[in-house]
Design a protein around this ligand. Structure first.
Ligand SMILES: Nc1ncnc2c1ncn2[C@@H]1O[C@H](COP(=O)(O)OP(=O)(O)OP(=O)(O)O)[C@@H](O)[C@H]1O
Length: 278
């Protein structure tokens, strides 16, 4: 389904993500119903669709945070059940901002993104510190590194979380509504940050209601409706015939989002386990 020509290369790397008639949900409730999709390295995919269409459930499925209820899910060519290389996927959860109860500096929060990469008994090394500084620079927060995260605006906190995900050096960055609740000026800053990441070759899967902010960086658009994919193509094709999906999809956050975000913000593993997510 990818339009990338990397497809044709005889020894091409496997797709970052491959869904073959995959279903995800909660308990026995199927939310994402037999979706087939693949994302290749270099692609920046925007995942669109009305509230409740299953976007978050799909990305959570890739992270083991919603249940895999059918079909096949491959991550970097490995079936998800056997996939152990979690740091290859960075995740920025859906949320407004960091919990006010997190008492830590910007640098400390970003540094937690490195924890999954080394055994608990090994202290942080120089490479950890440099990677953290580089991640802070990538999101334009190097000059705020020593500040308390609680002192930052919502948009800046979002960038802290992106930096935390980047600190693990992921091959794929998954973001759930990175611009939700962020004012227009900060949305532009975020879009610039993402454009910078694209320039350095980061592949992204971005759930969003605000496609405008990402119009210049997105290479592909996937639209969901009621658990199915009903558009998958390039932004030009989307613009000519599929704008209607965005209309009338007013956004709301459930009370659970805040709790989940608070937990995700403080856990040391960049991919919270299912238990932590409840
Ligand atoms: N933890 C959960 N347990 C049970 N059902 C859930 C859970 N999370 C989401 N759902 C249900 O799954 C359906 C799809 O929700 P999902 O969050 O995937 O949609 P979405 O497309 O991301 O919507 P939004 O744009 O509002 O974030 C909804 O009906 C929702 O109630």
């Amino acid at each position: 389904m990818s339009m990338s020509s990397a497809h044709d290369t005889a020894h091409a790397a496997p797709p970052l993500v491959e869904l073959r008639s995959a279903s995800f949900g909660y308990g026995d409730r199927v939310v994402v119903d037999r979706v087939s999709l693949e994302q290749r390295a270099g692609e920046v995919v925007a995942l669109l669709g009305p509230n409740g269409s299953g976007k978050s459930t799909l990305v959570k499925g890739l992270l083991g945070l919603s249940e895999h209820l059918g079909g096949e899910v491959l991550l970097f060519g490995t079936p998800i059940e056997r996939f152990r290389d979690k740091p290859r996927i960075g995740y920025v959860p859906q949320r407004h901002s960091l919990s006010q109860t997190v008492r830590a500096t910007v640098r400390e929060v970003v540094a937690t993104g490195r924890l999954a990469l080394r055994p608990w008994w090994r202290p942080a090394a120089a490479v950890d510190a440099t990677t953290v500084e580089r991640a802070l620079e990538a999101v334009g927060l190097a000059d705020r590194a020593g500040e308390d995260v609680a002192a930052l605006s919502g948009g800046q906190q979002r960038r802290v979380l992106i930096a935390r995900a980047l600190a693990a050096g992921p091959d794929l960055l998954i973001m759930d509504e990175p611009t939700a609740g962020v004012d227009a000026a900060n949305q532009r800053v975020l879009a610039d940050v993402l454009a910078g990441l694209v320039d350095t070759g980061t592949s992204m899967l971005v759930v969003t209601h605000e496609l405008d902010a990402f119009r210049d960086v997105v290479t592909r658009i996937v639209c969901m409706d009621r658990g199915h994919v009903d558009f998958d193509g390039d932004p030009a094709a989307y613009a000519t015939g599929h704008r209607s999906h965005e209309r009338g999809s007013g956004h709301h956050h459930s009370p659970d989002d805040t709790r989940e975000a608070g937990l995700a913000a403080v856990v040391s593993d960049p991919l919270p386990t299912r238990e932590e997510n409840r």
